[in-house]
Write a protein that binds this ligand. Structure first.
Ligand SMILES: NC(=O)c1ccc[n+]([C@@H]2O[C@H](COP(=O)([O-])OP(=O)(O)OC[C@H]3O[C@@H](n4cnc5c(N)ncnc54)[C@H](OP(=O)(O)O)[C@@H]3O)[C@@H](O)[C@H]2O)c1
Length: 354
């Protein structure tokens, strides 16, 4: 049985779920993929634990428990690049690098991993949505898997890869890509004030600690950009028009002040929701992208459409021209996201490490 050395960057919600799934799923991974993931390092923003012959399952469980208790992973770590070099020096065999951070600037580490012949599995969108000149190296690159960057674990990237592999030209990709904004829009259907919908999403833990990170649409834009680039269109962020659900004047406020002042947004949003309702429609935050660019923002869609209450992605292609290929259902949360990363790790083992 093959032992695959794995370095995990990030021990937040997704990183912890991934560690749990790797440990709890050992028998299944051996049974189906004939390998064992040997976690040689786990790092957070400042610390790490590094054990070249592999951390035990007890140590991995203890890392999860420590992070849940708000403690660091381990001792102070060197730079990310140095952590990769240390792992390579200890064992020159190809590793899998997992990026489950939410950081910008991971390109150096990704490039080093690729140069070392490692596989990379990531849920972090930032490098894929960065400037095209750098990001283009990460698309349709057999050493990189990134299922969980879009769709929260739904097999979206795998489906897109299948369409590309079978030479079905992609015309347009559309979807509701944010569970958080989907929830807020559903609250508007019930005539809730926009500010109350934001507050409810925050209270339920659906938003980032600063809800503007969701409301600004940048995360959805990154997902649309990743899908478009993967489809073969060398798009830049500027090619995707983004509708922010809060005005630029509210960007500099503290989170508390933003929440306090958010009722200022209620009237305008209520007018839009009422207008949509009068036309037999509801508002949804929809992303659409094609070879020329795209748009993410609020769109009125028919009330009876099955798409109103579903997190979905649709592909309109040459073969699926009149009836788009649709993937829908739950797609959110750390467990599903981590499962997408684990699936990527197994995919890398099957395709490049066997
Ligand atoms: N949560 C979801 O449902 C979901 C869904 C789809 C995709 N994603 C993506 O998955 C990624 C992880 O999400 P999350 O919810 O787990 O985020 P999170 O809870 O904020 O965790 C991020 C982790 O990364 C660590 N980190 C920061 N810089 C690092 C570095 N340079 N090297 C190593 N670790 C570093 C942080 O360290 P500290 O603990 O020291 O701060 C933290 O442990 C994000 O890119 C997110 O967009 C998440």
């Amino acid at each position: 049985m093959k032992q695959i050395p794995v370095m995990i960057l990030g021990a937040g919600g997704v990183g912890q779920a991934l560690l749990r799934q790797i440990v709890d799923g050992r028998a299944q991974t051996i049974n189906r993929a004939h390998c064992r993931f040997n976690i040689i390092a786990v790092a957070d923003s400042r610390t790490w634990q590094f054990q070249p012959d592999g951390l035990s399952d007890e140590q991995l469980r203890a890392i999860v428990a420590a992070k849940q208790a708000g403690k660091p992973v381990g001792g102070k770590r060197p730079s990310t690049l140095e952590t990769l070099n240390a792992a390579h020096e200890a064992n020159p065999a190809p590793h899998i690098l997992v990026d489950v951070t939410a950081e910008s600037g991971m390109e150096l580490a990704l490039d080093r991993a690729l140069a070392l012949g490692w596989g990379v599995a990531m849920a972090n969108k930032k490098a894929l949505a960065g400037p095209w000149q750098t990001a283009q190296n990460y698309f349709n690159q057999p050493q990189i898997r990134h299922e969980s960057t879009v769709g929260g674990g739904q097999p979206v990237i795998a489906t897109l890869r299948y369409l590309l592999d079978t030479d079905d030209p992609i015309y347009e990709i559309e979807g509701q890509l944010s569970g958080t904004l989907g929830f807020i829009c559903q609250q508007l259907d019930q005539d809730a004030p926009f500010s109350a919908a934001i507050a409810a999403a925050k209270a339920n833990g659906f938003t980032e600690p600063d809800p503007r990170q969701d409301l600004g649409g940048q995360d959805v834009m990154r997902k649309a950009l990743i899908l478009g680039r993967m489809a073969g269109w060398p798009l830049a962020a500027a090619d995707i028009q983004v509708e922010s659900l809060y005005p630029a004047q509210m960007a500099a406020l503290s989170v508390a002040d933003f929440m306090a002042q958010s009722p200022r947004l209620d009237d305008a949003m209520r007018r839009r929701a009422v207008q949509a309702r009068q036309n037999g429609q509801v508002l949804r935050y929809v992303a659409r992208v094609d070879e020329k660019g795209g748009r993410v923002g609020l769109q009125a869609i028919p009330t009876g459409s099955p798409l109103t209450n579903m997190k979905y992605i649709s592909f309109r292609t040459e073969r699926y021209s009149d009836e788009p290929l649709l993937i829908g259902g739950k797609g959110a949360g750390v467990e599903m996201t981590a499962a997408g990363v684990l699936g990527d790790m197994i995919g890398l083992v099957r395709e490049m490490m066997s």
